[in-house]
Design a protein around this ligand. Structure first.
Ligand SMILES: *Cc1c(COP(=O)(O)O)cnc(C)c1O
Length: 360
């Protein structure tokens, strides 16, 4: 078996230990005589898996009791609609910082349900930086303010949490959840699709301050109301059981690794290897201003499309897959989520050095 180094932005690598445990438990979970895939979501065994998974996430992320943790479906993209339907209920206004395609989708979707206002954007420089905003920039009457904390496509990350006064701050953390500690209390809602840093696609994690639940617009479909899911322990209908189980294995792995402080330390080490190389290379260069660089997604270019294509093709042959940049921006992107071992990044840098020498 030859596993590749998979630099995909998502779905992406999972920790090998998680995959091994899942494989061992595939035919029979514990002494249940069945796979988790086959289990009733109403069974005692499954409820125990579910409860432990939620408890471990609360512990790892230090989530206070006045926040609900929901395990939903529909991906982060469904949250772009659930947020306005559930939160844009007092003044029918929400404020948005647009730092890339996902942030823009959240903004566009909200505009279908109320007054969505653009507070700031980094479109002027192809989303290569994070705008600095202050509390005064937000409308005091906005029902929420929305940011995308780590921009998967452009490789930027907020190096500060915007101050919004009394306006609840909502953040899409799909591509940075569990990559480093985050102060949950600074947010009204945090949400993330699982397929970047947690589990296979299928489950979407929503961490929401409880006072924000229960005021959905009348038109909101039952399945899209946060209260439907919070009142039913995320089991109003069949949850994405297997994806939640794998999320649970990932949370255990993170605990064993030493928690989010340790993840941050490892992620900073990996990212530094790559950024230091890019900063010193004559051929490759990063596309993001240094102070807003993502720890998870590292886009880079040679400045020559043919050379980019050659690099992507040769790196693939050498066992480094999915280094092609997002179809909208081109170039290359290395996504180095929690599960990417440091050797993967070290070997990639070695490969890039060699490629640079051979193609100078
Ligand atoms: C991948 C991604 C999304 C889309 O997630 P889906 O689960 O496919 O809907 C949204 N936001 C960010 C930041 C992402 O990285």
């Amino acid at each position: 078996m030859a596993r590749v180094y998979n630099f995909s932005a998502g779905p992406s690598m999972l920790p090998e230990e998680v995959l091994k445990t899942a494989a061992e438990e595939m035919m029979e979970y514990g002494t249940s005589g069945q796979s988790v895939m086959e289990m009733s979501h109403r069974s005692k065994e499954y409820q125990a898996i579910f409860d432990e998974t939620e408890a471990n996430l609360r512990e790892i992320m230090n989530i206070p009791d006045d926040y609900a943790v929901l395990f939903l479906q529909g991906g982060a993209s469904t949250q772009f609609a659930m947020l306005p339907l559930n939160l844009m209920n007092k003044n029918k206004k929400a404020d948005f910082i647009v730092t890339g395609q996902w942030a823009n989708k959240a903004y566009q979707e909200a505009a279908r349900y109320g007054a969505a206002r653009l507070v700031a954007s980094s479109k002027d420089k192809t989303f290569s930086y994070i705008p600095k905003v202050a509390a005064e920039d937000f409308d005091k009457d906005a029902d929420y303010g929305h940011i995308c904390f780590n921009n998967t496509i452009y490789g930027t990350k907020y190096n500060y949490i915007p101050e919004t006064g009394d306006v609840p701050l909502v953040a899409d953390i799909s591509s940075c959840i569990l990559s480093e500690p985050i102060d949950v209390t600074k947010f009204g809602v945090l949400y993330a699709g699982a397929q970047k840093n947690v589990a296979p696609a299928g489950v979407t994690i929503v961490i929401i301050r409880k006072d924000l639940i229960g005021n959905a617009m009348d038109i909101t479909p039952t399945m899209l109301k946060y209260d439907t899911h919070s009142e039913n322990g995320s089991m109003f209908n069949t949850p994405p059981c297997y994806s939640i189980y794998i999320a649970g294995l990932t949370f255990k792995w993170i605990k064993k690794m030493g928690g989010l402080e340790k993840m941050k330390e490892l992620n900073e080490k990996k990212a530094k290897l790559l950024y230091d190389f890019l900063d010193n290379s004559k051929m490759f260069k990063g596309t993001v201003v240094p102070e807003d660089r993502s720890l998870m997604n590292v886009p880079f270019i040679t400045g020559n499309d043919e050379l980019d294509a050659k690099f992507v093709a040769e790196s693939k042959k050498a066992g480094f897959v999915n280094l092609k940049g997002h179809r909208s921006v081109g170039g290359m992107r290395a996504s180095i989520y929690n599960a990417m071992p440091i050797e993967g990044v070290e070997k990639l840098v070695e490969f890039m050095k060699k490629f640079e020498e051979e193609n100078a």
